[in-house]
Design a protein around this ligand. Structure first.
Ligand code: ATP
Length: 397
């Protein structure tokens, strides 16, 4: 634990009963009537890590968080902090604090007193030093005597974080804490929260439907879908090796093309994708026979006007025509219409080409698409190829 926190509270936590360790959920399930809001979730959040629960509205994130904090009783399953089971502990007995989207600050108290609240309630006499250290941590020492209404949204959110941290929880739960902020402030607060987490070294569990937010902040992301964990891993693992079409579409953008495995050649899987031959590394393919979905991220794909421009060994798709070209400064984002229907996956392939000064291809231009085959991933062809696409927009709207 950091100097800032241990100096604020001394070595023992508020309950004194539960010692540190990983947060572990075992087969956690919550039914509302016959509906499974959280369905058999098992996962471990390593102590001191920044963990994000990412998913669309209604997938069960908040319910999971409420079970960890003790505000909701699980229908089944167990919750551990280190070696100690906390499933049946009352909320105030758990070394867990929550920061909510609406801050829930006391409007009539100034910032200092808002942060001091938890200490005063526990009968701590000398609150000045710990509160000042907390306000320094969130860089609000100079505003200690203001009321919440006199602060910006981002500043109020930092007060909420300080007020939770001063209780010296082992785990800080953040339930869409940045949801009420505008985009620019949200980006600033993401960096700020990550800095605070690194400085205090506590376990943060952050719930969000914003995939960019999860990727920016978290060491580990669990992607939730319909009450279940779809995939868990580092942002890079999830992005480069999604296990399902849901993750491929929900986390960033993917070009997915339905095909059939033609065979395996050493460590390479050979695919017939709508009559075109693609290869991918066997270790990046979840399937080695039958129906497959080949995927590649837009920034990995390049445009060419002729075969001569394409490096040997690249995957090539022919028959494309540029349907849209948007110059956005750092890159040009293309859509390329392919000679197959949307049922085969992306009827239009997205290509993000870095701005290196190359001529921009206008709509209507016939192009070849190519990429390094090692950048291709392979998914089970029996899935809904569109799962997870468009969900984020709905949730954000
Ligand atoms: P959001 O991002 O919109 O907050 P979420 O992923 O956090 O969504 P939850 O709030 O966990 O989702 O809700 C999961 C599902 O359980 C939803 O379909 C919701 O309607 C349902 N649900 C949540 N609380 C209750 C309740 N008390 N009674 C009945 N159904 C509930």
């Amino acid at each position: 634990m950091s100097a800032a926190l241990s100096a604020a509270h001394g070595p023992s936590g508020p309950s004194g009963a539960v010692t540190g360790g990983d947060l572990r959920l075992e087969n956690l399930t919550k039914h509302f009537g016959s509906f499974a809001a959280v369905d058999d979730v098992s996962l471990t959040v390593p102590q001191g890590s920044f963990f994000a629960l990412l998913g669309a509205s209604g997938c069960g994130k908040t319910t999971t968080l409420r079970m960890v904090s003790g505000l909701e009783d699980p229908t089944r399953g167990r919750i551990f902090l280190g070696e100690t089971e906390v499933t049946d502990l009352k909320p105030y007995r758990r070394p867990v604090n929550t920061v909510f989207q609406n801050y829930a600050l006391f409007p009539h108290l100034d910032i200092f007193e808002n942060v001091a609240f938890g200490l005063r309630r526990r009968g701590v006499k000398d609150v000045k030093g710990p509160v000042e250290r907390m306000l320094d941590l969130v860089e609000l020492g100079h505003l200690a005597r203001r009321k919440p209404a006199q602060l910006s949204g981002g500043q109020q959110q930092r007060v909420a974080v300080a007020r939770a941290l001063i209780n010296q929880p082992q785990v800080l739960l953040l339930d869409e804490p940045l949801g009420a902020l505008d985009l620019k402030l949200r980006r600033q607060m993401q960096i700020e929260l990550k800095r605070i987490q690194t400085e205090v070294g506590l376990t943060f569990v952050h719930v969000t439907h914003d995939q960019e937010e999860a990727m920016t902040m978290a060491d580990t992301i669990a992607v939730m879908n319909a009450g279940r964990i779809e995939q868990l891993g580092s942002p890079a693992e999830l992005y480069e090796n999604p296990v399902s079409t849901f993750v491929a579409n929900f986390l960033g953008q993917s070009n997915l093309i339905a095909g059939t495995v033609e065979g395996k050649d050493g460590d390479v899987v050979v695919v017939d994708a709508q009559g075109q031959r693609l290869t991918l590394p066997a270790k990046r393919s979840r399937i080695d026979s039958g129906r497959i979905i080949a995927g590649v991220r837009p920034e990995k794909v390049h445009l060419a006007r002729s075969e001569a421009e394409i490096p040997a060994g690249h995957n090539v798709l022919t028959g494309g025509v540029v349907s849209d070209a948007s110059f956005i400064g750092v890159s040009t984002q293309y859509l390329v219409k392919m000679p197959w229907g949307a049922e085969a996956g992306c009827g239009e392939v997205a290509v993000f080409e870095q701005n290196t000064g190359r001529e921009i291809q206008r709509p209507g231009t016939p192009v070849l698409l190519h990429w390094d085959p090692t950048q291709t991933f392979g998914l089970d062809g029996a899935q809904d190829i569109d799962a997870g696409s468009g969900i984020d927009d709905e949730a954000t709207a």
